[in-house]
Design a protein around this ligand. Sequence first.
Ligand code: ADP
Length: 394
Amino acid sequence: MNILVINCGSSSLKYQLLDMATEKLLVKGLCERIGIDGYLKHSLPDKDFEFNEPMPNHEVAVKLVLDALVHGEHGVIKDMKDINAVGHRVVHGGEKFSDSVVVTDEVEKYIEECADLAPLHNPPNLIGIRACKKIMPGVPNVAVFDTAFHMNMPEKAYLYAIPYEMYENHKIRKYGFHGTSHKYVSMLAAEMLGKPYNQAKVVTCHLGNGASICAVNGGVSVDTSMGLTPLEGLAMGTRSGDIDPAVIPFIMQKENMTAQEVLDLLNKKSGMLGVSGVSSDFRDLSDAESANNPRAKAALDLFCYRVARYVGSYATAMNGLDAVVFTAGVGENSSDVRKRVCEYLGYLGVSIDNDKNNQRGKAVDVSQNAAKVRVLVIPTNEELVIARDTKACL
Ligand code: ADP
C-alpha cells in the first residue's frame, strides 16, 4: 500500500510517498512559490531534481507532483492508481477530532469552520484536500490533525482563567499543536526507556522554528505549551510565546498600531529574531554569540531558560519524570541548546554526558549512565505518523 502524505501551506506544498508494507520512503519533495511563479524539488533517496514550472494554484501543484511521481525518469510508481490513499496534515481540528478521520463532506465543512482558529493554516490545508479530491477521484483522503493528540488534556490544563462563557460561546481554550510529533517521539522514548507507553512520564520538546513542549503521561498529552493558536508558550524563531496580554494594547497605544499589526509583530518580528536583532535561525545566533553579540546571547539564554522552566512545571504536572526528549531542527541539532536547558534540571536528576550529546542524526540517549532522568534526542517524523494514521483509518 502506497500512501501520499501532503502538507499544504499558503504558498507551499510538501509531499512524501511511502510504501507502507515496509514504511519505506520512496520519494519526498516540495513545491514552493505557488501563486507567484512555481518551483518543484523532487528528491529521490540518491538524487534531487529541480524544476521551475508555473503553479498558479495548489491544484496545478498537486498535478505536477503526480506527474513527477509517475515520470519515466525520476518517477517511483507506474501509474496514479498505485497511490492508495492520501494523508493530509491539518493544523486545527477544533474540539471535535481527537483522532485522524477519513475526509467526508461533513469533515471538510468542520475543517472550514475551524479556519477561524487557524486562519493561516486550515484554509491551505483544505485547498490541498480539495485539489486531491478533484485530481484523484475515488482515492480516499485522511485528515491528520496537529491538535488531535492534545484533545484528552484535562480541563484544568486547557481552560483559560477567563469568563467561562468565552469557552462556551467561542471555544476559546488551549488546543496545542505539533501533536503528531509529540506522539511519535514520546512513543519512541518509551521504547528506549524499556517501559510500556502507558506507564512512561515523558516531556517532549519540539524545538524548531515553531516550538512547543508537551507533558505525555502514560501516552496521554496532559499539558502542552501552545494554546488557542501556535503563538503561546516558548519563545520561538519569530514568535514571542508567553507575554502579559496587557502588552498588546500598550504597544498599540505607544506605537500607534492596530491589534492586527501588533499580532503580526508578535508572530513575525519577535522571538529570537526580535530579541537578537540578528536572525531567527539558531545557527546564526550561535555564530553571533561566539562573536560576542550580547543580544544574540540574551535571546539564546531566554530561550533555554524558558524551555527549562516548562520542563520543570511539566514534571510537576505529572508528579514525576522519566525522560526529556529533544526533537525538531533545534532540538535534534543544537547540542548547545540541549546542554544549556539541562543545566537547569540537575535537581530533577537530569545529567547530560557531553560526549554523547555531541552526536547527531539518530535516536540516542545522551545522559550520564547513572542519571535518574534520561535525556533523549529523537529525530521526529511527522510524515510517518500521518501515513500510519492514514493506513489505520482505512
Ligand atoms: P519548522 O519545521 O518549524 O520550520 P525545523 O524543525 O525545520 O522548523 O527547524 C528549523 C530550525 O532548526 C532552523 O531555524 C534552525 O534554527 C535550526 N537548526 C537547523 N540545523 C541546526 C544546527 N545544526 N544547529 C542549530 N540549529 C539548527
